[in-house]
Write a protein that binds this ligand. Structure first.
Ligand SMILES: C[C@@](CO)(OP(=O)(O)O)[C@H](O)COP(=O)(O)OP(=O)(O)OC[C@H]1O[C@@H](n2ccc(N)nc2=O)[C@H](O)[C@@H]1O
Ligand SMILES: Nc1ncnc2c1ncn2[C@@H]1O[C@H](COP(=O)(O)OP(=O)(O)O)[C@@H](O)[C@H]1O
Length: 311
């Protein structure tokens, strides 16, 4: 009998932007209750997995120097936990090609973790269901379940309770990467501090925003984008104000800080407008680099399997 065993697997892992990020109260477990609308974007990392004599993580690309290659890397955690569950050693080399900015509020580490879970499930032929993988995903981080899910989704709880949201057509974005990153816990802590002083006001519910998504109308969506963490990110990095202004001056419909920042995401009228905004923003000297992207795209997906056929 012939059986096909994967020799190497490549997984594409998308970034995300929070179109709406309402932060509720701090819970006893140290997390905040969220109501968020995620959109998965075409800006991605690629994660390649190949059997190896020992667990090894390699990182290249955007911000690679700032990414740990030991047990602190989320893919390392994904591999050891999945191997433990399967009763085997995590003998795999994981190579990450980063396109997503590190500590940029675009969930790059979460994307890689989701990719590793999906890729190892295939490489080790574990046959775990999406629901079983989702449990591992949440243990690795609040954003990892969405990185597996993709598309456009409403997230509640820590952001892990996901419901798909209808988004007609494709939305076009320009992303301005910040100089340096921001730590997610620091930004949540700063929001708690600002709220202790009585500001900023909290976002309402995302109902209107979801109508605009269903209509596929960027002009209708633009004024409804909102992020409770934005004030905290700006408080820690005041130069973000200039970046946000520069994107609007360059012709974007709206700009927000992506998640905990410091990446700024600008919604544009269409693909041509996004290219124009990105060119102008690149010349404005208000950020480290600029990319165009579109969404929604699917969650982490196996894009290539190199098979060994066994007799
Ligand atoms: C803010 C968001 C918005 O999508 O993304 P990023 O901007 O970081 O990408 C997420 O909530 C981040 O998710 P993720 O980066 O996976 O965070 P985790 O590792 O789970 O948590 C890191 C820390 O962030 C804070 N945290 C995170 C999620 C949450 N619902 N409440 C929190 O207070 C906690 O201090 C926690 O210890
Ligand atoms: N595979 C990974 N890619 C990027 N960062 C990682 C990874 N694994 C662990 N990290 C750590 O997680 C931190 C947050 O990274 P990242 O997911 O890129 O940002 P954010 O939480 O802002 O979306 C980084 O500073 C880095 O130390």
């Amino acid at each position: 009998m012939l059986s096909v065993v994967p020799r190497a697997i490549s997984v594409r892992a998308p970034s995300k932007v929070n179109l709406h990020l309402a932060v509720g109260d701090l819970r006893p477990d140290g997390y905040h209750e969220l109501t968020t609308v995620f959109q998965a974007l075409s800006l991605s990392d690629q994660v390649d997995l190949v059997p190896a004599p020992a667990l090894t993580v390699r990182v290249r690309g955007e911000g690679a120097r700032d990414v740990p290659t030991d047990r602190r890397n989320l893919v390392w955690k994904a591999a050891t936990r999945l191997a433990h569950r399967a009763g085997r050693e995590p003998l795999v080399e994981i190579s990450i090609d980063k396109g997503i900015p590190v500590a940029g509020g675009m969930a790059g580490g979460s994307a890689d973790a989701a990719a590793a879970l999906l890729g190892l499930n295939a490489l080790w032929q574990l046959d775990l269901s999406r629901d079983e993988l989702a449990e591992f995903a949440l243990e690795l981080g609040s954003d990892v379940p969405f990185a597996m899910h993709g598309g456009t989704a409403l997230g509640t709880g820590r952001g892990e309770k996901l419901l798909p949201v209808l988004a007609r057509d494709t939305f076009h974005w320009v992303l301005a990467f910040g100089k340096g990153g921001l730590s997610t816990p620091d930004v949540f802590r700063e929001l708690d501090r600002l709220r202790g002083q009585g500001q900023p006001p909290k976002l309402g519910d995302p109902e209107k925003l979801m109508h605009a998504l269903a209509a596929g109308d960027p002009a209708q969506l633009a004024p409804l984008l909102g992020n409770d963490l934005q004030a905290a990110a700006i408080s820690l990095k005041p130069e973000l104000r200039r970046t946000l202004r520069a994107g609007i001056t360059a012709g974007a419909l709206a700009g927000i800080v992506s998640g905990s920042g410091p990446t700024c995401a600008f919604l544009c009228a269409d693909a041509d407008a996004a290219v124009e905004v990105s060119t102008e923003l690149s010349g404005a000297g208000v950020c480290r680099s600029v990319r165009v992207a579109y969404g929604p795209v699917s969650g982490a997906r196996v894009i290539d399997i190199e098979p060994i056929v066994k007799h």
